[in-house]
Each structure stands twice: as structure tokens, then as C-alpha cells.
Ligand binder design. Structure first.
Ligand code: AMP
Length: 333
């Protein structure tokens, strides 16, 4: 019997709940000191504690012996690095070859453009900045340290504390940031919209609570984008055909870049402007934490399924179908 394993963080509670709903046993790999939630919510049938996530490869043989299938999530890839994930020998759900394309901001952009999606302008050098930009550092650290700059001079002043870090200069799009969760089945070749969310970020989402006059009370107030949590959103129904189309295009483009392409859960991170343009500024090629409000399913999964369907449970169903149909090779990367 196969077991479902992942790192105890990010969306692990949801993944384990979905696994249990479909009859799998679960293994949580936790950093020492972070085990409590996985006990409290009856999530983990077994907990393996590590001093550091970097020690994950050391427990691989144990996982292999236990017939574990590892489910990647955001923290999994961030903590281990995509090159280490690529080297894993334990069964892994998803296409590992796609991780390189989401981990490098330039490759990611090439993928999104190949898919025909609208992306924000990228400026090569500070002197090229001719509209407001968001300065992002390489490596996902939850938006820590990002800042806005209006021109080269402004940039040079604000970059000082971060002098040695690699960054990109991306056009800042004014609109509603919307995160769209998809699932693409490599067994049925069908795409589903699982839900949407808006992130709540500190401090940018609290600035609106202080009037401009009172903001001036603070000597220095720069927006930052440190994610705190996720809020469910149901989009205007007339947007749905475009959102479905975008998901299909991204999958199709990935099949050329990294065969057999993207499958399983993924997310397009977008900004929707008042002109109803949709700019995609990032793609996550695995489950995102924005699916966590939907442990009991989203309005979209409620329409499609007659039972509560989270993204975690959808993954477990995919694995169950693959095992039943002797097609595990089609879902393991
Ligand atoms: P990221 O690390 O790329 O996911 O970005 C963190 C946050 O910054 C997002 O959740 C958005 O709130 C904001 N953001 C990122 N890129 C843009 C952009 N091009 N225009 C406007 N806001 C953005």
C-alpha cells in the first residue's frame, strides 16, 4: 500500500486530509519543533523529525521502504532547492523537469510568453526604468524586501541596503492581484479550476487602513509583500472562459519546454486591471497555499464534485486512479 509524504509546512495539512479521505496513510517530515499541528489535526500517521530540511535526502531510503509518494509544495521546493529535488530517488508526484522553469524568473517569463499570456514589462537596467517598477529579489522569500521605484534615481537610493542581492525590475501593475488555482490531469488530459484567492500581505494590505495624512506620521513607510494568509475569492463569472483558456495555454506551452509538461496542481499569479487586462507575473508549478481555505472544497469544486474536494484530495484521487489503472508512471516525475 502506498503512503503519502510531504514536508510539514505550507499546504501539508490539506494534502494529508485529502490523502486520508482517499484511504492513504500519511508521513509528515517536520523540522524539529514544528510537529505540533500535524499531531493536533490528526494529520500524520507518522512523523519524521529532521534537524534541517536539507537532511531530507538522508531519509529517502526509509521513505522508499515505506512505499511513500512525495507531494511537493511551495516550501518543499524552497527549502530543498530545485536541483536537490531533481536528484530525489523516492517516488515524486509531478514533473520535476518543470521546476527549473518556475524557479528562474527569466525562464518562467519565457514560458508564460510562449503560452501567449500578457506579462509585465521587465527592465534590463535601472537606467531603462520609465514607469513604476517593483524590485524583486531572486529566490522566493515571500516578498521580503521588495520595493517600488519610480525611476533610476529612486532605485539607486532604495537598493542601498540590498547591494549584493540579485534582483529583477518588473513593471508595477495597478489592479487586483488574483491567484488562480488549476489542476491538470495527465491521466484524462483535462483541466479544472479548483479555486481562486487573494493574498493578505504585510504591510501593503494594511496601508489602506491608514489615511495618507497619517501615513506621513511615519518617518519612512515602504510597502512590503510578506505573505500572512490567503482569502478566498470567487471571480466574476464572465472572466472564467479567459481563465480556463490561460490554464490550457500554459499546460500546452510546457509540453514543448519540458516534456511531458506540467501536470497536477498549479497556479497563475495575476493582476487584473480596471481595463480587464490580465497580467501574469508568476506561475507556481505545484500546489499553492492559496488552496488552503478550501479544505472542504471551493465553490468551483462544489459545482463539479458531489463531495468536498480540496486540491489535496484531488491529488490523492489522481494517485489512486493511477495506481488502479497501473499508470503510476504517468504521474510520477
Ligand atoms: P511574488 O513574490 O512575485 O509572488 O510577489 C509578491 C507580491 O507582490 C504579490 O502577491 C503582489 O501583491 C505583488 N506583485 C508582484 N508582482 C507585481 C506586479 N508586477 N505588479 C503589481 N504587484 C505585484
Amino acid at each position: 500500500m502506498y503512503k503519502i509524504a510531504t514536508i510539514g509546512s505550507h499546504s501539508a495539512l490539506q494534502i494529508f486530509k485529502g490523502a486520508h479521505d482517499e484511504g492513504f496513510k500519511t508521513i509528515a517530515i517536520c523540522k524539529k519543533g514544528s510537529e505540533k499541528p500535524y499531531k493536533m489535526f490528526n494529520s500524520a500517521d507518522e512523523i519524521i523529525s529532521l534537524k534541517s530540511y536539507k537532511d531530507f535526502p538522508k531519509i529517502q531510503d526509509k521513505l522508499i521502504k515505506e512505499n511513500a509518494i512525495v507531494i511537493p509544495h511551495g516550501s518543499f521546493v524552497t527549502y530543498m532547492g530545485y536541483e536537490e529535488v531533481e536528484k530525489l530517488k523516492v517516488d515524486y508526484y509531478g514533473n520535476k523537469k518543470i521546476l527549473k522553469w518556475e524557479s528562474d524568473r527569466y525562464l518562467e517569463r519565457q514560458w508564460l510568453r510562449n503560452a501567449g499570456l500578457k506579462v509585465p514589462t521587465l527592465f534590463k537596467q535601472p537606467k531603462d526604468i520609465d514607469k513604476p517598477v517593483i524590485v524583486k529579489f531572486m529566490g522566493a522569500e515571500g516578498g521580503k524586501g521588495y520595493f517600488l521605484a519610480k525611476d533610476e534615481k529612486d532605485f539607486n537610493k532604495k537598493i542601498k541596503p540590498y547591494k549584493l542581492r540579485k534582483y529583477i525590475l518588473q513593471e508595477y501593475i495597478i489592479g487586483v492581484p488574483l491567484f488562480i488555482h488549476y489542476f491538470y490531469s495527465s491521466l484524462t488530459n483535462e483541466i479544472e479550476i479548483m479555486g481562486c484567492d487573494i493574498r493578505y500581505e504585510s504591510n501593503v494590505d494594511s496601508l489602506g487602513r491608514i489615511s495618507a495624512r497619517d501615513q506621513l506620521v511615519f518617518p519612512k513607510i515602504d510597502p512590503s509583500y510578506v505573505i500572512v494568509g490567503n482569502i478566498p475569492v470567487v471571480v466574476r463569472e464572465s472572466f472564467l472562459p479567459r481563465l480556463i483558456d490561460m490554464g490550457e495555454k500554459v499546460v500546452k506551452a510546457s509540453q514543448k519546454l519540458a516534456p511531458p509538461g506540467l501536470f497536477g496542481p498549479f497556479c497563475l499569479e495575476t493582476v487584473l486591471t480596471p481595463e480587464e487586462e490580465i497580467f501574469v507575473f508568476e506561475i507556481s508549478a505545484r500546489i499553492v497555499a492559496g488552496t488552503n481555505p478550501y479544505v472542504e472544497g471551493s465553490p468551483y469544486t462544489a459545482l463539479k464534485y458531489n463531495k468536498p474536494m480540496s486540491t489535496g484530495r484531488r491529488i490523492a484521487i489522481e494517485l489512486k486512479n493511477a495506481i488502479k489503472g497501473k499508470k503510476l508512471g504517468k504521474v510520477l516525475g
